[in-house]
Structure formats: structure tokens, C-alpha cells
Design a protein around this ligand. Structure first.
Ligand code: DI6
Ligand code: FE
Length: 402
């Protein structure tokens, strides 16, 4: 079994319950077989590690590798024209209702072959990886036919084989009602969403099931039908909820034991309580809040008070969040949502792992977890949050040191 020891680091393990950020000065991490075997103060490193190959990072900071737990990385085309329309005064919902928005990306995605989808997404994935990301969630939801949804998920799986990164897929056919089903959302669910889920599951393409619960998308009752099917198949669920209005989506998701409810600007106290009781992670998406110039903030104080775990993610997509930087997302979570730098970094590591059902595998640096570590050219972890447009990644470790 391959063994190595990382020395000369300041460690921000992001383990809960100890020092802020789980900070240990002058630390060491022992790796064996792609996992962390030991982590702590270098003075306490067990003598059994003497003689094992050492890598000295000369005082740099080690954190868990980053996790982007909500992206729409695979899509065709772009929506720069819609950006212009919104600058001319149209709202996101008006653009959507006029056949732009999500549906225009659907048209472009249907026209794009699987290889070209992979090629386009790879550029965005590489930008994320260059910032220390080791796990990326990728949703379908721009195909909206069985074949096009499967095409998107196959592209997402291929991305995970092309780069040293863990890809978790979410089946999001319940993202928008396509033009051919206009005013017949239930027929769309019966004829496309549910059979497509069977097909995606049969091909091993769906790690989770997502939906968009909103006036311009699907009602809680419609989402419930999709979640019932997910439950039958044994797949975890998550939901885009309370982004533009409050339909009670988070409460519905919590009632299905959802991994996460995402966006949540309009979440109310009842939704917060339901999420707390179910252990559903709140995934906040400051890139969409910023791009749409939202003014309604997610209820951070209530989430904190009830102990709801809070993750953050890029929501990288061509419309509401054309953002491929998780570091900038961390900054925005602090500046726009008033999260602390420690909360924001936890949101892109430990809590993001929890939002993907990966808390046992990754998200903190501790014995037993995968060795997924980012080494940064900074002294203190708050520096990762406060800088804008600056990438201090020195090295990303994914399993073994290369
Ligand atoms: N909410 C979002 O932020 C993305 N999907 C969703 O339901 C945006 C999708 C898009 O505008 O293309
Ligand atoms: Fe999204």
C-alpha cells in the first residue's frame, strides 16, 4: 500500500467541535492507500511513520479539497443575449415565460451531441479543478426528453472518467416544462420524467433525483410524484426550492428525507424547522442571487438557530449563475449572505459533502476519509474567503500525492 507523509503545513481540517476551522499549527498528515491514516500536530506523529516518504509544503495551508455540490455543468449554447435582455429591463421570470430562460438552453442542448457536451463542460470542470475542487455534482435538466436527459447524464459520467474528480449526478428532468408539453405539466411528468428516471436508474446514471419547485416550473404535488418514484427506486432526493417564491418546497423535500434543499431565499420558519428535523442540508447559491440581483436573503439567522447544516455551491449554469469559481462563491457567501469565512469554507467542504451523502468519505481531513486535500499559498483560511478573483491553489491531492 502506497504511503506518504505531508509535513510543513498549517492544517484546517474543518472537523467540527474543536478550534475554528479545526486549525492545527505545524501539522502533518499521513496517507495510506489513498486515505488519510493520521492527521494532527507534527510533534504527535506516531513513530511508525518514520522513514515513510515525506512531502514538505513549507508552511502552506492544507484544507479539505473543495466540493461543488450543485452545478448544471453540462449544457449547450449560452445565454449572453438573455443577460442583455435582463439589462434592458426584463425579469428572469419574464424571460422564462417568453420562451427564453431554461427552455432556450434546452433547445441548444438538444442540438448538441454527447461529445460536444463533454467538450464544453470539460472547460468549466477544469476551471473548478484548478481551484482545488475534487467533487462536483452535475445535474441533467436541459434535455427534457428521455434520450436528451440520458445524453446529459452520460456526458456527466464521462467527465468523471476523464479527470481525477468525483462526479455525482442528479436527474433533473423536472426542471422546466418543455414547449411540446406547454400547459400539460402532468403529462410531461407521466410521459417523460418518470419513464426517464427508470431508464436513467437502469443505466446507473442517476445518483440522486432533483426538481425545480416554482411557479415557472413544478408544483409541490407534481414534485411529490417524482419523489415517490425516486423512493421506489431507492434514490435520494434534493430540490430547488423557495428561489423566487415560497411554495413549501423545502418542507416537501424534508418530508422525503431529502439530502438538500437548494436556493431558499424565500424559505419560511416552517420550512427551516422541517429541514432541521430531517437533517436536510440548506444549499445556498450566492451566484444566482448575485446574477439575478435578488434582494430577498436566505434566512441565515433562522438556519443557524435551528442548526440546519449550510452548504454553498456555484450553481454553475448558463442562465442564472454563469459562475465557475467556487472560491468566488465562498467570497460571495460572506459578502452577500453575511456567512462567516469559516461557515463559507465549511459550506464548500464538510457541509457540501453532507449534501451529497458523502460525509463519511470526504469533506474534512481526518483518519479514515479519502485523501482529498487542497494545499494553498495562504497563511490563514479566511484568506480564501476575502480575496476576489485570486486563485492561491498550490497543489490538489486526490487520493495520492503526484
Ligand atoms: N434554478 C437555477 O438556478 C437553475 N435552475 C433552477 O431551477 C437555473 C437554470 C437556468 O436559468 O438555466
Ligand atoms: Fe440550480
Amino acid at each position: 500500500m502506497k504511503q506518504s507523509v505531508i509535513t510543513g503545513i498549517r492544517l484546517a481540517s474543518m472537523q467540527q467541535g474543536g478550534a475554528p476551522y479545526g486549525l492545527v499549527e505545524d501539522a502533518a498528515i499521513a496517507l495510506a492507500g489513498g486515505r488519510v491514516a493520521w492527521a494532527g500536530a507534527s510533534s504527535a506523529l506516531p513513530a511508525t511513520w518514520n522513514g515513510v516518504e515525506r512531502f514538505d509544503f513549507k508552511g502552506r495551508l492544507a484544507t479539505p479539497a473543495l466540493i461543488d455540490c450543485h452545478t448544471h455543468l453540462v449544457f449547450g449554447g449560452n445565454r449572453a443575449r438573455e443577460f442583455e435582455m435582463r439589462l434592458e429591463g426584463a425579469s428572469y421570470e419574464e424571460v422564462a415565460r417568453a420562451g427564453g430562460g431554461i427552455v432556450s438552453t434546452v433547445t441548444a442542448t438538444r442540438k448538441t451531441g454527447e461529445d460536444a457536451l463533454v467538450e464544453g463542460a470539460l472547460k468549466r470542470l477544469d476551471v473548478l479543478i484548478a481551484e482545488g475542487v475534487a467533487t462536483v455534482e452535475i445535474k441533467s435538466g436541459y434535455g427534457l426528453t428521455v434520450e436528451d436527459e440520458l445524453k446529459m447524464l452520460r456526458a456527466a459520467r464521462r467527465l468523471g472518467q476523464m479527470r481525477p474528480v468525483r462526479v455525482k449526478t442528479s436527474y433533473l428532468a423536472a426542471h422546466a416544462v418543455p414547449a411540446e408539453y406547454r400547459d400539460r405539466p402532468d403529462a410531461y411528468i407521466d410521459e417523460v420524467v418518470l419513464p426517464g428516471l427508470d431508464a436513467a436508474h437502469a443505466e446507473g446514471l442517476a445518483d440522486a433525483v432533483d426538481g425545480f419547485c416554482e411557479g415557472i416550473a413544478f408544483s409541490p404535488a407534481q414534485i411529490a410524484r417524482v419523489f415517490d418514484k425516486a423512493r421506489q427506486l431507492g434514490l435520494p432526493v434534493k430540490l430547488h426550492a423557495e428561489q423566487l417564491s415560497n411554495l413549501g418546497g423545502a418542507k416537501l423535500a424534508a418530508s422525503y428525507g431529502a439530502l438538500s434543499a437548494d436556493h431558499l431565499e424565500y424559505l419560511d420558519a416552517e420550512g427551516v424547522a422541517a429541514m432541521a428535523a430531517a437533517g436536510t442540508v440548506a444549499v445556498l447559491l450566492p451566484g444566482a442571487f448575485y446574477t439575478l440581483r435578488e434582494t430577498q436573503h436566505p434566512p441565515l439567522a433562522a438556519l443557524r438557530e435551528k442548526g440546519v447544516p449550510i452548504a454553498i455551491a456555484t450553481d454553475c449554469n448558463p442562465g442564472s449563475s454563469p459562475l465557475a469559481s467556487l472560491l468566488l462563491t465562498i467570497n460571495m457567501a460572506c459578502t452577500l449572505f453575511r456567512m462567516t469565512p469559516e461557515e463559507a469554507l465549511a459550506g464548500a467542504t464538510r457541509e457540501a459533502a453532507r449534501a451529497l451523502g458523502l460525509a463519511a468519505e470526504t469533506g474534512t481531513i481526518e483518519a479514515g476519509k479519502r485523501a482529498e486535500i487542497a494545499i494553498w499559498d495562504v497563511e490563514h483560511p479566511a484568506e480564501l474567503a476575502y480575496r476576489i478573483g485570486f486563485n492561491p491553489l498550490h497543489h490538489r491531492i486526490m487520493g495520492d500525492i503526484e
